[in-house]
Design a protein around this ligand. Sequence first.
Ligand code: C2O
Ligand code: CU
Ligand code: CU
Length: 461
Amino acid sequence: MLGLSRREFLLGSAGTLSAFAAGGFAARQAQAAEHALTLSSLDHGILPDTVTKAMMSFAADGPPPVLRLKQGQKTAIEVTNALDEASVVHWHGLRIANRMDGVPYLTQNPIETGQAFRYEFTPPDAGTFWYHPHCNTLEQIARGMTGMLIVEDGEDPGFDKDLPLNIRDFRLGSDGQFIDFYKPRNAARGGTLGTVSTVNWQVEPDFELEAGSLVRLRLAVTDLTRVGTYAVEGAQALVIALDSNPLPSPVPAADITLAPGQRADIALRVPDGEAADVRLVRRKSGGDKVLARFRPAGASARRDLRELKPLNPNPVPEADLNNAEVLDFVFGWSPEGNAPRPSICGSLGYTFWSINRIAWTGDAPGPLDPLATLKQGKSYILRLRNESPNAHPIHLHGVSFRLLNSNKRKLPPLVTDTALLLKEETMDVALVADNPGDWAFHCHVIEHQKTGLTGFLRIEG
Ligand code: C2O
Ligand code: CU
Ligand code: CU
């Protein structure tokens, strides 16, 4: 290192990062930030004996890193864009200041090639979250840009280990190369499924875990499209949190439906014997799909699930249902016309979907009209009506909400940021509009999001 300046050292270690990107101001800022992400393209092996070309990640040399933050503690994440296109990073589920939310034009300008943006925020909630681009979202996510973000609670519930599991598909041919990211005819229906299922960018990985120990599995479904039902088999396992919020009473990890954007925290008691076959599976007719395996190793640690302390609830305000105003939203096909506007954040060139009959016209500079304007501090019931025969995981930025009721099923009273609306379902959810700003509100099936099923709510301070 002798004789190299700090700046030259950074350049050298930055891999594919070009000199203009790492030099000067951005590099000096990066030294002070606790976390640094470099949006990069790279070649990486997903299928055995092949190298998938032109993947995209938040690191120059491999899968997106797991970001670990602390609840209530301010953090800085320096994002440098070494892609040859614009991007922006969104922190899914974090109730943070609007200008740090990472939505092009709504909260910030896209980060152009070679530019950096420093995100600074204090996460109010603990739990399992994730991060992803919100610019050219379909292609950038399809190429790999989904990372996990964990916010740690000050109090440790007593796990021996914490294992983030980033669950997603890639659309690859048998040669390991990307095929078309979507098909327009599917985008107008349920969406286009991937061809290769992965966990942490690996096909059916094996995790060796200490026998008899207690492991916190953190599942995040970061896929573009797939709604699935997941289970942990071959061991005692309890779901302790969904979408970052603890369950009042844990339930067996047997049938957990997760849509794109949703998460589940599972307390796993690793079996004692090394012969045990513990699997994370996704339900499938004609035989479940194994996504990952967990292998007990060594002498048993002899732990017991009952030793775990319950998770602390997050400080999400409770809506005042007696004084809440009802806001109606209808999710459906788009009316005729209205081709999306061209955008440096990409457009699929089609409009299929709408919210309240209005199709999002693309990520373009404003002014843009909100779907609704809410007053800071007031309680609201959002009445979400899906008039289509397809499911839509509806996601709201900046604010968490509680599930109230549905015309189709009994809903658990969960607090979430992403609610799966089934075919022709109408669901009421409640929130307190406590975070001022313009908050994106969209379906998390990215083909739907990018073909009209997007809008935003304005919370006026
Ligand atoms: Cu994870 Cu606007 O989304
Ligand atoms: Cu989000
Ligand atoms: Cu949708």
